[in-house]
Ligand binder design. Structure first.
Ligand SMILES: NC(=O)c1ccc[n+]([C@@H]2O[C@H](COP(=O)([O-])OP(=O)(O)OC[C@H]3O[C@@H](n4cnc5c(N)ncnc54)[C@H](O)[C@@H]3O)[C@@H](O)[C@H]2O)c1
Length: 282
C-alpha cells in the first residue's frame, strides 16, 4: 500500500503509526512494513488496482482530487472515496472515469471496525460495485451495499437517531449521561455487536419479528411518536454535554480510552469469528 498526503507531517505520522501499532508481525515478531510513503499523488496511484481517497470533506476539493486521480491512476483502478456524506454523483460529475468512481465509507475507528458502506453514484458501473465489494472482503472488511444515495448513508443515520434521543433525554433531565451510556454499553450494545435491529426484533418474541411487531405494535408506535426532537446545539448545551462527558473519563487520557476501545473491539470481532451465526457458520 502506498500513501500520500500534501502535508508531509501527516504522511510521516501515518507511516509511523502504521509501523508501531498496526502492521502485522512475522514469525519472529518483527513488524512487516506494508505501507510506504509516496512522493506525490501520481506516484501513489500510478500502478494501483484500488485507490482509497480520504481527503478533506469538501465537494470542491474532492472534485479537484478526483480529476487528478482519474488522470494518474491506471484505467482499471477503482477510485473509492471515504466521504461520510457526499454523493459520488456530485464528485464524479462530468469526469471521464466516472464509471470507476464509488463511495467506500469506513467507520471510525476504521483500523478495527470492519464495516464499510459502499454507495454507487449515478454513473458508477456494476463492475466497479462488484470489484469494490470483492476487494473490501478480500482485505478483511465487511462491506454493505446501499441501493441508492441518502445523506449520512445508513451508519450515520442510525447513529444520529440514537444520539438525538440520548441528547434529548439528557436535556430533559431524564437521566445522567452515565446512565444513558450504561443503557447502551451494559444493555442494548451487547446485543448490537451480534444482531442489528431486525435480528433483535426477530429474537424478542417466540414468534419472531411478526409477533413482536404485532403484539407490541401499539406501544412501539406510541414510543416512536413520543421520541424527542433534535436539541439545539448552542454553546451552553454543548458545554453541558462536555462537562458530562469529561466525568465519563474517570481521569483516563483520551489516548488510553481509544487504545482500550480498540483492544476490546478487536476482542469482540475475534469472538464473533470464533462463534459464527448458527445458520451460516455454526
Ligand atoms: N474522521 C472520521 O471519523 C471519518 C470517518 C469516516 C470517513 N471520514 C471521511 O474521510 C475523509 C477524511 O476525513 P478526516 O477526518 O481525516 O479529514 P481531515 O480534514 O482531518 O484530513 C484530510 C487530509 O487530506 C489532506 N489533503 C488536503 N488537501 C488535499 C488534496 N488536495 N489532496 C489530497 N489530500 C489532501 C490533508 O492534508 C489532511 O491530511 C473525509 O471525506 C471524511 O468524511 C472521516
Amino acid at each position: 500500500v502506498r500513501a500520500w498526503d500534501p502535508d508531509s507531517g501527516v504522511l510521516e505520522q501515518a507511516i509511523s503509526w502504521h509501523e508501531h501499532d498496526l502492521a502485522a508481525e512475522d514469525d519472529s515478531g518483527t513488524r512487516v512494513r506494508s505501507l510506504t510513503a509516496a512522493a506525490s499523488l501520481e506516484q501513489a496511484v500510478g500502478d494501483a488496482d484500488y485507490v482509497q481517497e480520504s481527503g478533506p470533506e469538501r465537494l470542491d476539493v474532492k472534485r479537484e482530487i478526483y480529476a487528478l486521480l482519474d488522470r494518474a491512476a491506471p484505467d482499471a483502478a477503482v477510485l473509492a472515496s471515504s466521504t461520510s456524506a457526499i454523493d459520488m454523483s456530485s464528485i464524479a460529475q462530468g469526469l471521464a472515469g466516472a464509471p470507476r468512481c464509488i463511495v467506500a465509507h469506513p467507520v471510525n475507528p476504521p483500523h478495527v471496525v470492519p464495516v464499510v458502506e459502499v454507495c454507487a453514484g449515478q454513473a458508477t458501473s456494476q463492475d466497479t460495485v462488484l470489484r469494490t465489494m470483492g476487494f473490501l472482503r478480500e482485505v478483511g472488511q465487511s462491506p454493505l451495499l446501499l441501493a441508492r444515495y441518502i445523506p449520512g448513508f445508513v451508519v450515520n443515520r442510525l447513529q444520529m437517531a440514537l444520539l438525538r434521543e440520548a441528547l434529548s433525554l439528557l436535556d430533559g433531565g431524564v437521566a445522567s449521561a452515565d446512565a444513558i451510556d450504561a443503557a447502551v454499553r451494559d444493555g442494548l450494545g451487547l446485543r448490537w455487536a451480534i444482531m442489528g435491529p431486525f435480528a433483535v426484533a426477530n429474537t424478542n418474541a417466540d414468534g419472531g419479528a411478526r409477533e413482536y411487531l404485532t403484539r407490541y405494535g401499539p406501544s412501539i408506535t406510541y414510543l416512536m411518536g413520543d421520541l424527542g426532537a433534535s436539541p439545539v446545539l448552542d454553546a451552553a448545551f454543548i458545554e453541558r454535554v462536555g462537562r458530562a462527558t469529561d466525568a465519563l473519563e474517570h481521569g483516563a487520557s483520551r489516548t488510553d480510552l481509544r487504545e482500550w476501545r480498540d483492544r476490546l473491539v478487536r476482542g469482540i470481532v475475534a469472538l464473533k469469528a470464533d462463534d459464527p451465526h448458527p445458520g451460516t457458520g455454526g
